[in-house]
Design a protein around this ligand. Structure first.
Ligand SMILES: *Cc1c(COP(=O)(O)O)cnc(C)c1O
Length: 344
């Protein structure tokens, strides 16, 4: 994108916004006596956390081959979704766009912000309908497009040609949600943030990194966009405990690799085994840590699994259930339960 003016996309109140300056922001050195933030001098969690999460960002910058000022850390990547809507979409006026079916937080977050979310149905093979997209973009005031790839709940990645078409032609902000990228054979779009000043890529520590409980999400973009994110976020959005949790995980990259490879190998095994289950009609190929399966009587199967104390996810895709991948023993239990339906 040649002529890109970020400010023309940012809501004017956000452009004018002066960020809250926290005590930990105003004084950055090392002191002996801290009497600036009205904290208690007692306890172990008595101090406010680093509002900029510098240590986490330093580690992450190395892992992701980025600069610190290209990284935003959020209270889950859901915070990044919400902040993107708040920065770029004027409530009641601007619209955002997503594809359907996809991660339902885009819709919820847009609704909370009073931003209309235009949804374009994916094609029958769960790909972006570029023709429909062109039409809609030409006729609507769309500021932000959410692209979830690998897509939840379908599990596939979108054809890079369609994604690149959007990146090269859409004049608003492109938000690529890569929550499942660690499981995928496709390349991350992070490498494109230098080339595309309108691109935001989000990732998360909630899935392959095993830290859903710590609520750590990331957004990567050029430093001007990240500046806006930092202005809008809550000053202390990541607790000390959670910053420590992610730092400790980043110190054990081998553990992350091992767990991720385990889950990928279990997924492949599960896909093969599911093929032999009579009730399963179709197994959608997955680049994530779940498998979308078409099944006869999905609702009944869901209830039956619940009776076996196994919970899977119902899906907006007709007759489909989304099966997460767990430990070997858990996957076996699910498989066994599904095989028993077959025997009935
Ligand atoms: C799970 C998931 C997320 C993760 O959100 P967090 O807030 O980081 O836990 C984001 N996007 C998609 C598509 C997901 O499935």
């Amino acid at each position: 994108m040649k002529y890109f003016n970020l400010n023309s996309l940012v809501r004017s109140n956000i452009q004018k916004l002066e960020a809250y300056s926290s005590a930990r922001n105003e004084f950055k050195g090392k002191a002996e006596v801290y009497l600036d933030a009205n904290e208690s001098p007692f306890g172990v969690l008595n101090r406010y956390p680093d509002p900029k999460q510098i240590k986490v960002k330093e580690r992450l910058a190395i892992v992701k081959k980025l600069k610190i000022n290209q990284i935003f850390i959020g209270n889950g990547s859901d915070e990044a979704i919400d902040i993107a809507l708040r920065i770029f979409c004027e409530p009641g006026k601007d619209k955002a766009l997503s594809f359907y079916p996809t991660y339902s937080m885009y819709k919820v977050s847009a609704a909370i912000n009073n931003v209309e979310l235009v949804e374009i149905a994916l094609t029958s093979d769960f790909q972006i309908d570029v023709k429909a997209l062109k039409n809609i973009i030409a006729n609507n005031n769309i500021k932000l497009i959410f692209i979830c790839s690998p897509n939840n709940p379908t599990g596939n990645c979108f054809d890079p040609t369609s994604v690149l078409y959007i990146l090269n032609n859409f004049k608003g902000i492109v938000f690529i949600d890569e929550a499942y990228i660690d499981f995928s054979t496709s390349k991350s779009y992070i490498a494109k943030i230098n080339e595309h000043p309108n691109l935001i890529v989000s990732q998360t520590f909630s899935k392959a990194w095993g830290l859903a409980g710590a609520r750590i999400g990331t957004a990567f973009a050029n430093s001007d966009i990240i500046k806006m994110f930092n202005k809008v976020k809550a000053p202390y959005n990541i607790s000390t405990l959670n910053q420590e949790a992610v730092l400790s995980k980043l110190d054990k990259l081998h553990e992350f690799e091992k767990e991720k490879d385990y889950l990928i190998s279990e997924k492949i095994k599960m896909s093969l085994n599911l093929k032999k289950v009579k009730a399963v009609k179709k197994i959608h190929p997955s680049q994530a840590n779940f498998i979308l399966v078409e099944i006869s009587n999905a609702q009944q199967v869901y209830n039956y699994l619940i009776s076996k104390k196994i919970v899977v996810r119902k899906s907006p895709v007709k007759n489909c259930l989304r099966l997460g991948i767990g430990k070997k023993t858990e996957n076996k239990k699910l498989l066994k339960a599904l095989q028993q339906i077959n025997a009935k």
